[in-house]
Design a protein around this ligand. Sequence first.
Ligand code: NI
Length: 158
Amino acid sequence: MTVLVSRKYRFPASHRLHSALLSEEENRATYGKCNNPHGHGHDYEVEITVRGAVDEVTGRAVDLAALDRLAEEQILKPLRYRNLNEEVPSFQGVVPTTENLAAELDRRLRAGWGGVFCAGGPVYEKLRIWETERNICEILSAPTATRVGEAPIQEDNG
Ligand code: NI
């Protein structure tokens, strides 16, 4: 039996929505109060969803302690209490919108996945991030798709 298991995490961080490609006026029109020069904070929530087969002995599809370690190392520790614009190198020149933050978390998770879960183990399925209760972004993991800025991933013919 294969199931989807989700686990939620939280981390506070601050940001300012401002694009270097737009004028001051265009930035204010695009981002409104989120363009405030001094930034503002969010208590971000992240939900990681894993697809896995339920182990007959343990009754579990994923080692949650291992998932917690991965989330802590790849996402929570590097981003917790950070100013995303100024302290996180990936947001140099990239606007830290919920969409771009989701893409960054997705990249970090995929980069660390193989170091924690072995081949044949649980697969990273998707992540969702809540910036606020009403502002949510979801990314579906697509390991065989080519993403912007990444080399194509070879299909496993095994
Ligand atoms: Ni914001």
